[in-house]
Ligand binder design. Structure first.
Ligand code: DWN
Length: 411
């Protein structure tokens, strides 16, 4: 929904005091991978601009693409294609089972449960659980592995329907979804309704500090409406009757926060010290974000330089990871088929499709050994270790990897 800038209000506090921090221009939808027959049709593109609220410190994008267009029938993202994410999620699940003393009388609900990648750990322990996810493909996959799943968007109404049939959650898990929700107030009202009085919500969100410090500008795309600090999310939760009671910095997805949220206001030392740290580092001031656009521009020119030089030398270049962040990076930097021959990805639902905007074909990882490109640009840099470990043979044959951020590096 493109609104006049003067009418734009903060997604959290409603303030009109939004300052543009980075303008990536009009960009296609990052997960709208094209099929062959869509190549000849026009492709939607929307403004992608990050703005900082000087009243509540929330970094957010200004455009709201209808969620039905983002998380639609052909949404291609399946969490289970990353071993690192599966390990991380299993640790998250087992920690909650242990710390909350969950058993057969408990209920764990995951919002944005995708393909059952996390709740399968509750099923394994015979702990009643329920997944909620609007994407049909992943929801079907979850059901196939025994994770009961409601294929719908989570909101206050669904929460009331569930409590209406006697379901209240001891634990709500909501990883990589709070930042995606346009009606964040309705979402949090639903969490509050569904959560037992002494229940806990374990919520993971990308951490804006890692985004700015490591120049992770490619994690900005239309699915990610908000980019949270502890300061901004604490404020958002409080104004919606929930409280940040503990917090942990975690490395997943380029650096995230794991938030432990409850219905009572009982912040622990970790919350107090992170809020103090953010005050000292200035995450609540626009000055912390002022250099970001210039840093992003440096990444763009550095990548353009090295990739065009390699091409001029006759090198062949492919890319690894048809990730949403990859779509932002290659479209913003302007890396088309003249630079990148193809993208590979383990996710079978992405293979055979084309990257949005630049329309580079997506194949399976086996193509790296079949064609042995000289270089592979890792678009899914957050899983670079896992990916490079898998591609030992490609490297043994002389292949080299390029990491794009915070500045290009040949590995
Ligand atoms: O918030 C979101 C994050 C959590 O996931 C979603 N809105 C969209 C998605 O963003 P992304 O696509 O940038 O996420 P990933 O998980 O960084 O994407 C990694 C891509 O790389 C996936 O398509 C899977 C693929 N992959 C692979 O082909 N081989 C990943 C690994 C680890 C591999 O070994």
């Amino acid at each position: 929904m493109t609104m006049e800038k003067k009418d734009l209000r903060c997604r959290s506090c409603g303030s009109l005091n939004l300052e543009t921090v980075l303008d990536l221009g009009r960009m296609p939808l990052a997960d709208a991978l094209l099929t062959e027959d869509e190549l000849n049709s026009p492709e939607a593109a929307y403004p992608l601009e990050a703005a900082f609220c000087t009243d509540c410190s929330l970094l957010q994008i200004t455009e709201t693409v209808p969620p039905e267009m983002l998380f639609c029938k052909k949404y291609p993202y399946y969490s289970s294609f990353s071993d690192e994410l599966l390990r991380h999620s299993r640790e998250n699940a087992l920690e909650l089972i242990e710390s909350r003393g969950l058993d057969e009388k408990s209920l764990a609900v995951e919002i944005a449960s995708n393909d059952g990648y996390l709740l399968k750990n509750f099923v394994e322990k015979d702990i009643p659980c329920l997944g909620i996810d609007p994407a049909e493909g992943p929801a079907e996959s979850a059901e196939k592995i025994g994770v009961p799943t409601i294929c719908a968007f989570f909101n206050a109404e669904l929460a009331s329907q569930l409590t209406g049939i006697g379901k209240r959650a001891d634990v709500i898990i909501a990883n990589n979804v709070l930042a995606h929700v346009a009606d964040v107030r309705g979402f949090l009202a639903g969490v509050r309704t569904l959560l037992k009085e002494d229940g806990i919500a374990s919520i993971e969100v990308p951490y804006v500090r890692d985004l700015i410090d490591n120049c992770e500008f490619d994690t900005i795309y239309h699915e990610h409406l908000c980019y949270f600090s502890a300061t901004s999310v604490d404020r958002l939760l409080r104004t919606n009757g929930l409280y940040l009671n503990s917090v942990k910095r975690i490395p997943i997805h380029g650096g995230s926060l794991r938030l432990y949220v409850g219905r009572k206001d009982e912040p622990d030392a970790a919350v107090k010290s992170l809020l103090e740290e953010e005050r000292e580092r200035g995450l609540g001031d626009i000055s912390y974000y002022n250099e970001f656009a210039a840093k992003v521009n440096n990444v763009k020119s550095g990548l353009t330089y090295i990739l065009s030089m390699l091409r001029e030398q006759g090198a062949s270049i492919a890319a690894y990871g048809a990730a949403a962040k990859g779509a932002t990076l290659i479209n913003y930097v302007g890396l088309g088929k003249e630079t990148i021959d193809f993208v590979v990805d383990r996710n079978i639902h992405k293979q055979g499709r084309f990257m949005p905007g630049v329309r580079i074909p997506i194949s399976g990882p086996e193509r790296l050994l079949h064609e042995q490109p000289d270089y592979v640009l890792i678009l899914a840099w957050n899983f670079a270790e896992e990916i490079m470990a898998q591609q030992e043979e490609y490297r043994a044959r002389g292949g080299k990897f390029i990491l794009p951020i915070p500045e290009w590096k040949i590995a």
